[in-house]
Design a protein around this ligand. Structure first.
Ligand SMILES: Cc1cc2nc3c(=O)[nH]c(=O)nc-3n(C[C@H](O)[C@H](O)[C@H](O)COP(=O)(O)OP(=O)(O)OC[C@H]3O[C@@H](n4cnc5c(N)ncnc54)[C@H](O)[C@@H]3O)c2cc1C
Length: 371
C-alpha cells in the first residue's frame, strides 16, 4: 500500500495535524505523510468548533501562541492559497476586578509588540458590544479578532501541503505506534506499516490511548465534554460581539441568522471520543441563567437545542507540544482544552522545528557512524 518511505508520519488530520503538515511543508525539509482515519477536518472537535480567534489570554504563554497565529488566519489566502473563512468581528474578553493588575500587565505586554488590544473597567455596554459588564468588570477588546472555519482551514492546509510535495491520506487509521530501543520507528495502520524516524501524534482526545500503549505509562492528556447551547435572539435585538467571560467562565458567538451559541464548562472528564454524548438540559438552563447577566435578552429567549462534543485537555493547561520523555522521535501535539484552533499555526511551527531538530540529530549520528 505505501510505496514511498517517509521521515515523519503525522497521526490525525484535524486542524492541528493539518497545521503541522503545512508548517513542515513550508520549510520542505522533511518527507512527511499525514494519516486521518476519517476525513480531514471532519471529525472530533475540529468539525464542531466555534472557530473563534483572539489574542488575549490570562496566561501569557497562550497569548503568545495566539498572537503568533493570528496573522496566519488574517493572511490565509496569501500564505496557503485558499480561504479559511476568516471573518473579522471584534471580540470582547471579560475578566474579574481582582485581576486588574494582571490584565493591565498582559495587555501592555501584548500591545508592545503591536497595539491590538484596548481595555476598560466599569459598568455598561462594553465597547458597544451588547455585552453587559458590571461595576468592576474589566473588558478587553480586540478589533481584528473574529472567527474562521476550522474544517475549511484543515482542508486548505492539506491541499497547500500536497502542492508542496507532502502526502496526506484519509480513511487510514493508525493502530499502533512502533517504538524500538527508546526510538520511534514508524506506525502500524489499517493499510500496512510505515517506517519513519519521527512520529507526530496529533490525534486530539484519541492521542491518550495510542501514546500510552506505546510508552507503557500514563500520558498527561484527558478528554472533557464541551456543550454549547443555542438561544434565539428576539427581533430587533442587536447581535452581540463574540465574547469570552472569565468571570463566569462563559463564552458566546453568533450562529446562523438569529441563533446565538453560548457555552459553559462541563465537569465531565475522560469521556470516550468515539461515543456520541447527549445534550444536558440542566446545564442548558444553567447556561441561560449565567448568560442572562451579560445578555439580558437570553432570560426569555427561545431555546433552540445544543451541541455536545469534547476536546483534549492537558493537565498543565498549556497543551502538550513536544517530545515524549524517553522516546526519541515521538512528538505529541494536543490538549488546548477548547482553544486549539486559534493556536494551531504557532504549535504547528513548534512541532515542525522540533521534527527538523530530531532529524538533524539522527543524520549527524549516522554521519559519525559512517566515518
Ligand atoms: C464546541 C467546540 C467549540 C470550540 N470553539 C473553539 C474556538 O472558538 N476557538 C478555538 O480556538 N478552539 C475552539 N475549540 C477547540 C478546537 O476546535 C480544538 O482544540 C481543535 O479543533 C483540536 O484539533 P485537533 O486536530 O487537535 O484534534 P481533533 O479535532 O480531535 O482531530 C483529531 C483527528 O485525529 C483523527 N484520529 C484519531 N485517532 C486516529 C488514528 N488512530 N489514526 C488516524 N487518525 C486518527 C480523528 O479522526 C480526528 O480527525 C472548540 C471545540 C469545541 C468542541
Amino acid at each position: 500500500m505505501f510505496s514511498k518511505t517517509y521521515d515523519a508520519v503525522i497521526v490525525g488530520g484535524g486542524v492541528i495535524g493539518a497545521s503541522i503538515l503545512a508548517q513542515i511543508a513550508r520549510s520542505g525539509q522533511i518527507k512527511t505523510v499525514l494519516l486521518e482515519k476519517m476525513s480531514f477536518g471532519m471529525n472530533g472537535p475540529t468539525a464542531k468548533s466555534g472557530g473563534m480567534l483572539r489574542t488575549y489570554h490570562p496566561d501569557s504563554y497562550l497569548s503568545d501562541l495566539a498572537y503568533e497565529s493570528m496573522p496566519h488566519f488574517m493572511n490565509f489566502e496569501q500564505l496557503y492559497g485558499s480561504s479559511c473563512g476568516y471573518t473579522k468581528t471584534g471580540l470582547i474578553v471579560v475578566e474579574p476586578a481582582e485581576r486588574l493588575d494582571a490584565v493591565k500587565k498582559e495587555v501592555e505586554r501584548i500591545n508592545r509588540q503591536s497595539p491590538v488590544l484596548e481595555w476598560k473597567q466599569g459598568p455598561g455596554d462594553a465597547f458597544g458590544s451588547s455585552i453587559c459588564t458590571g461595576k468592576q468588570d474589566i473588558a478587553i477588546f480586540e478589533e481584528r479578532a473574529g472567527y474562521a472555519n476550522p474544517s475549511l482551514t484543515a482542508q486548505a492546509w492539506v491541499n497547500f501541503s500536497r502542492g508542496c510535495g507532502m502526502d496526506a491520506m484519509e480513511g487510514i487509521a493508525v493502530t499502533e505506534l512502533m517504538v524500538k530501543n527508546g526510538k520511534a520507528t514508524g506506525v502500524r495502520t489499517t493499510a500496512g506499516n510505515i517506517a519513519a524516524d519521527i512520529i507526530i501524534v496529533a490525534a486530539g482526545a484519541w492521542s491518550k490511548k495510542i501514546v500510552e500503549q506505546a510508552i507503557g505509562r500514563s500520558a498527561p492528556i484527558r478528554s472533557k465534554a464541551i456543550q454549547m447551547d443555542a438561544f434565539i435572539r428576539p427581533d430587533k435585538t442587536e447581535a452581540p460581539l463574540p465574547f469570552t467571560d472569565y468571570t463566569n467562565q462563559l463564552y458566546g458567538k453568533q450562529g446562523a441568522g438569529s441563533v446565538h451559541m453560548i457555552g459553559l464548562p462541563v465537569d465531565q472528564w475522560d469521556i470516550d471520543p468515539d461515543q456520541e454524548e447527549a445534550v444536558d438540559p440542566v446545564l442548558a438552563e444553567h447556561t441561560r441563567v449565567c448568560a442572562a447577566g451579560r445578555l439580558d435578552w437570553v432570560k426569555g429567549a427561545l431555546y433552540a437545542g445544543g451541541k455536545r462534543s469534547f476536546d483534549a485537555y492537558c493537565t498543565n493547561g498549556r497543551g502538550w507540544t513536544g517530545q515524549v520523555d524517553g522516546v526519541e522521535g515521538l512528538l505529541v501535539c494536543t490538549g488546548w482544552g477548547g482553544g486549539g484552533f486559534k493556536v494551531a499555526p504557532a504549535v504547528g511551527k513548534i512541532i515542525a522545528e522540533l521534527a527538523e531538530k530530531c532529524l538533524d540529530r539522527k543524520r549527524k549520528v549516522f554521519q559519525i557512524k559512517e566515518c
